[in-house]
Design a protein around this ligand. Structure first.
Ligand code: DX5
Ligand code: ZN
Length: 216
């Protein structure tokens, strides 16, 4: 199965977002991945809704929103107002994850749950049938351009088994350090969606790089 590819805006040129949005609109990418940080859940701050409102107007791609913030349920209405396709919340940031997942679905979005590298995939056993997407962080969240954590491959295989055995239809998305080489191994392990920030935006030809990731 060919993966879906979701370039991450975090590595774009914020002084000329229009150019990067035009490039992505021309490309074969499937989703646009948006990383929202609060400086509390992760040691960095990225961009917020006032910026994303304009990004949403410039893109033709479905928005894949990744909230690296505490209490993400406070922002379900704002994410919905962007026109988001998916809303990904961190397992580690939600005390009442089941309720948050229900609220995201009730708002009409796909509910994604994201796991930090140290959270076992088995923690999702009792909610796997209720989620549309599981995103595994293959770096510690907060920054683009970090090195892929190889242990992720084993995590993808275990998550694939958990999903298939439960009858869940959740997609497996991977975020962090994805390039052609790690992407190939992730797809072989059972990943469905690849997020790629620096691999796309630092490439000499980003449109060709997106094509190459989709053709893995
Ligand atoms: C990191 C973000 C990622 C980041 C990935 O916390 O969640 O989406 O943009 O960047 P790369 O692909 O450069 O590792
Ligand atoms: Zn992300």
């Amino acid at each position: 199965m060919k993966p879906l590819v979701a370039p991450s805006l975090l590595s774009a040129n914020f002084a000329n977002l229009q150019a990067d949005m035009d490039m992505l609109n021309r490309s074969d990418c499937d989703w646009l991945h948006l990383d929202i940080m609060d400086g509390v859940f992760v040691p960095n701050i990225s961009f917020g809704f006032p910026v994303l409102k304009y990004v949403a107007q410039l893109t033709r791609k479905p928005l894949d929103v990744h909230l690296m913030i505490v209490r993400p349920e406070k922002f379900i209405a704002e994410v919905k107002a962007l026109g988001a396709y998916t809303m990904n919340v961190h397992y580690e940031a939600c005390v009442h994850l089941h309720r948050v997942v229900q609220q995201i679905r009730e708002a009409g979005m796909k509910a994604g749950v994201t796991l930090n590298p140290s959270t076992p995939v088995e923690m999702l056993t009792d909610i796997i049938e209720d989620v549309d997407l599981v995103m595994l962080m293959s770096v510690n969240p907060g920054f683009g351009g970090q090195k892929f954590i190889p242990r992720t491959l084993d995590r993808v295989e275990r998550l694939r088994k958990l999903i298939d055995e439960s009858g869940s239809r959740a997609l497996i998305e991977i975020d962090g350090g994805v390039n052609r080489e790690t992407g190939r191994r992730l797809v072989d392990a059972g990943a469905d969606v690849l997020v790629a920030g620096s691999a796309v935006f630092k490439a000499a030809d980003p449109v060709a790089e997106i094509r190459a990731l989709k053709d893995l």
